[in-house]
Design a protein around this ligand. Structure first.
Ligand code: ZN
Length: 468
């Protein structure tokens, strides 16, 4: 395999354009399926880089793909650019200064920019070495609760792809453990009968009672589900403001998570029964509507070895005194629990005063304390997929926090972004250069799928919730 230096230099050659892109996306924060400005910014960059462009992927207006190269295998680099509601925050200050609108509290402004930068470096490498192969950048919207990649997989957007590579901004550097919970959001709407709550309560059938009984039922189920399963809920419609009216319609959203896809199907069946039971008890009628769903992550040990070797080769990003000074100020706003949590996750005795992780955490040492869900997981069932964590923020910074938004335009974040692009580009380069490794990854993936075929968790009638 070639020395990594040439691919790192190809990343560095384009770095300035992508810092600009990351900052532009940071300044136009848009939540799931409304990422119009962010998508246009990525589209304009793809055009500037001479990509063959496909817009409106899977019928989603804010999903875009650009491709370079000819023939050979297809390597996909996955990017995201969606923001989170209410996490708008003045960047570069170490105190809460909310802006009152959405913000990049998960660093996706960096995520998409680094992915596109890696793809451009690979384009240059393919051209310079005359290697047959195509590199694609997938601009994926709505990672936060929108399951866009699951819709994109369902629409066949990865059918001719050989492998997928991505990353996520984080507070340390290392291969990302291939763990993510499968999940499904289901809205249970109960229909009862309105009545005067004092004058003729016997005529009323309360949809709100049904919602409450459903939650009681789920609470009793909690003791009897696998330890790593989760069920969360939110009242979308409590039936109205008037307690003297028997509420005739009420909706609760249940978010059900499980370690694996089969576990999710089993748990969803139980939650549906609880909904039916609540309707039976209250003589109401229930309608259950799936809103979104994603799979659990399928590991790719072959790709993980390739990427981890590249992470070891490059090490952690190198930060300077000013980076550490700002990170230390951010760190001063975190609770001891946040800092202890980091200590646990990285599986080693880090200096609790260390503001920015200057080390790589081997996958074998990581102890993911808990796990969320991501739609990258659905791509992992379509093609072998691998992801890295790269340091962009102070050690202990929680995701989806004002502290993370505050660091979204910092020099440390930009250093981490370029670093991530180098890791992804070097991983892609290894796969283009070594068809035997790519074939091994695909064979391993096929074996896993033969054991457990992929079932798209989205019912066929469920479409992306694109605002019209
Ligand atoms: Zn994220």
């Amino acid at each position: 395999m070639r020395n990594s230096d040439d691919i790192w230099a190809k990343v560095e050659a384009h770095e300035a354009d992508y810092i600009r892109l990351a900052n532009q996306v940071f300044d136009t924060p848009e939540v799931a399926y409304t990422e119009v400005k962010s998508c246009v910014a990525h589209l304009a960059q793809l055009q500037a880089e001479g990509a063959r462009i496909t817009q409106n992927l899977a019928g989603i207006p804010t999903a875009v793909m650009g491709e370079w190269g000819q023939g050979g295998p297809v390597i996909a680099i996955l990017g995201e650019y969606d923001a989170l509601p209410a996490l708008g925050q003045v960047p570069g200050v170490a105190e809460p200064q909310p802006l009152g609108y959405a913000g990049h509290g998960c660093g996706h402004n960096l995520l998409g920019s680094a992915a596109l930068l890696a793809a451009v470096a690979l384009r240059d490498w393919l051209a310079e070495t005359g290697t047959a192969g195509r590199v694609r950048y997938y601009g994926c919207p709505a990672e936060e609760g929108g399951a866009a990649k699951a819709f994109m997989v369902r629409a066949g957007m990865f059918e001719d792809v050989d492998a997928a590579i991505t990353w996520h901004p984080g507070d340390y550097t290392g291969l990302m453990a291939p763990l993510a919970l499968a999940n499904m959001r289901i809205d249970f709407t109960f229909y009862g009968r309105a009545a005067h709550a004092a004058g003729s309560p016997e005529l009323g059938r309360s949809a709100l009672d049904a919602v409450e009984l459903m939650n009681v039922g789920v609470n009793y189920m909690r003791e009897h589900m696998p330890d790593d399963a989760r069920v969360h809920y939110a009242y979308l419609d409590a039936g109205g403001e008037a307690p003297n009216v028997v509420q005739s319609k009420a909706t609760v959203r249940q978010l059900i998570r499980s370690r694996d896809n089969k576990g999710l199907r089993d748990l969803v069946a139980r939650v549906r029964k609880i909904g039916d039971g609540a309707a039976l008890m209250t003589e109401t009628r229930v309608e259950a509507k799936v809103v979104s769903a994603v799979s659990s992550m399928l590991s790719s040990p072959v790709l993980e070895r390739v990427m981890e070797a590249q992470i070891v080769a490059i090490g952690a990003p190198v930060f300077d005194g000013a980076d550490r000074e700002f990170a230390a100020k951010i760190r001063a706003t975190l609770t001891p629990e946040h800092i202890e949590d980091t200590f646990y996750r990285v599986g080693r005795a880090v200096d609790l005063g260390l503001p920015l992780a200057d080390f790589v955490v081997p996958l074998a040492e990581q102890r993911p304390a808990g796990s969320g869900s991501t739609d990258v997981a659905d791509v992992s069932w379509a093609v072998p997929t691998v992801q890295a964590w790269v340091t962009t923020c102070a050690l202990g910074t929680p995701f989806h926090s004002w502290q993370l938004t505050a660091q979204g335009k910092s020099p440390a974040a930009h250093k981490g972004m370029t670093h991530a692009a180098k890791i992804m580009a070097a991983t892609g380069r290894d796969l283009f250069a070594r068809p035997d490794i790519l074939a091994e990854a695909k064979a391993e993936h096929a074996t896993k799928l033969a054991r457990e075929p992929y079932v798209c968790p989205l019912p066929p009638e469920v479409m992306p919730p694109i605002p019209r």
